[in-house]
Design a protein around this ligand. Structure first.
Ligand code: PMP
Length: 450
């Protein structure tokens, strides 16, 4: 039987891990995972951990979910993959139909890609290309929010705004226009989320008024800026933004890659603002956390903007080899079927309530500046002095104390800098939520003690 130590040694001699300064693993042990079941991950020495971050926000219904496993095995026997240019297959069609039915009304066309960043690339290329096909080539700028994150490929990175990931590659990236985020952490004392998000729409309105003639699209993460530290805002901002985009005839791209599929309490975050974007990017939870896949949903109007004789060279000649992979489509279909059969959104309401109660004591912690929540995402901001809003210097990496403490107590937690967050698979039990809350509070005590 392989042990943790053996796998770690082999791993570090050959792998380069994502989003990691590899030298950290000289003192911070890698966690080798042998198997998963439900919310649990198990290492090679037999230790178990609750996956409180849903494996980078992808897992919805647990690891080795029996229903999804069955769907995958069944599909595997029929067709594992086929080129999607010129060919079609049942799972790709059925999933597109299902997405058309479940996403906000008007998103009637589906284009597949194979990860979140690729979906963002598709949406921004398609938006620009649409205007070009309409002889409005000057519309080539994208408007983004401060602190936003849309992926790591060069286009996605350009429309993102988290310096930690972006600054190094600045010289390689296209210029974008940036409006301040409506992130409610910055609101004044006594100001409601709604008031603040409304107030923060003003700079966006001014930017659009000045620049609209050269703007192709505005791209946002609806309701929660996840990689930017789980910063949250009120749905009213999305409503106002939709109205402004309509007024100027600008596309609105909703990046629901992290917040889609029930994370914020509704199936899609845009639903809470009752809006339909022109493009909606989906990935992560789309396959229940099983396989890499993404989809961009768009309006028929966008689709028609490309529909012409070949000789006119208006076609969207963008492709990825694994576009519409049948295995991924079939697990996505099963994931969506679970939502329907098991009344997931309604059950998550009670679960979100439980999460709020379990973590409520954190709000009184002397080094916690805010505990915030949108549905199945809860976050707590560790701060040196919440009264003066003084953050801890980032170099102190206090979140790692939470990470290490949690590992000793059967939980995998991975704060984003000094922001602790809890974003578990939906199948987590009430007892497990309470256990995680206890572990997190102890971890935060340790992290903020020094
Ligand atoms: N957009 C958002 C909002 C995300 O959170 C992420 C991933 N964290 C991405 C895009 C990129 O997705 P991927 O990692 O699959 O490329």
């Amino acid at each position: 039987m392989t042990t943790n130590a053996e796998l770690i040694e082999r791993d570090l001699s050959v792998l380069w891990h994502p989003c990691t300064q590899m030298s950290d693993h000289e003192w911070l042990p890698l966690l080798p995972i042998r198997r998963g079941e439900g919310v649990w991950l198990e290492d090679f020495d037999g230790n178990r951990y609750i996956d409180t971050l849903s494996s980078w926000w992808v897992n919805l219904f647990g690891h080795a979910n029996p229903r999804i496993n069955r769907a995958l095995k069944t599909q595997m026997e029929e067709l594992e993959h086929v080129i999607l240019a010129g060919c079609g297959h049942e799972p790709a069609v059925a999933l597109a139909e299902k997405l058309r039915e479940t996403t906000p009304p008007g998103l009637d066309r589906c284009f597949y890609a194979d990860n979140g960043s690729a979906a963002v690339e598709v949406a921004i290329k398609m938006s620009y290309h649409y205007w070009r096909n309409r002889n409005q080539e000057d519309r080539r700028k994208f408007v983004t929010l401060s602190n936003s994150y849309h992926g790591e490929t060069l286009g996605a990175l350009a429309v993102g705004n988290v310096d930690l990931y972006k600054a190094t590659y600045g010289p390689l990236l296209m210029d974008v226009l940036t409006a301040p985020s409506p992130d409610c952490f910055e609101r004044e004392e006594g100001e409601s989320w709604e008031e603040y998000s409304r107030r923060m729409f003003r700079p966006m309105a001014e930017l659009l008024e000045q620049e609209h003639e050269q703007v192709s699209a505005v791209i946002v993460e609806p309701l929660v800026q996840c990689a930017g530290g789980m910063r949250m805002y009120h749905p009213v901002y999305l409503k106002l933004l939709r109205e402004a985009c309509d007024h100027y005839g600008i596309h609105l791209i909703a990046d629901e890659i992290a917040v889609g599929f029930g994370r914020t309490g509704s199936l899609f975050a845009c639903g809470q603002a009752d809006i339909t974007p022109d493009f909606m990017c989906l990935s992560k939870g789309l396959t229940g956390g099983y396989l890499p896949m993404s989809a961009v949903m768009m309006t028929e109007e966008i689709y028609q903007g490309f529909y012409d004789r070949y000789e006119n060279l208006t076609a969207f000649l963008h492709s990825h080899s694994y576009t519409g992979n049948p295995l991924a489509c079939s697990v996505a279909l099963e994931t969506l079927a679970i939502f329907e059969d098991e009344d997931v959104i309604e059950r998550n309401r009670a679960k979100a309530e439980r999460i709020a109660q379990a973590f409520a004591p954190l709000a009184d912690h002397p080094n916690v500046g805010e505990v915030r929540q949108h549905g199945m995402i809860l976050a707590a901001e560790m701060m040196k002095d919440p009264k003066t809003r003084e953050p801890y210097p980032w170099q102190e990496r206090r979140g790692l104390h939470v990470y290490r403490h949690a590992l000793k107590h059967e939980a995998l937690m991975r704060p984003l800098g000094h922001v602790f967050y809890f974003m578990p698979p939906y199948v987590i039990s009430d007892e497990q939520i309470e256990h995680c809350a206890r572990v997190a509070m102890e971890g935060i005590d340790r992290a903020t003690a020094a």
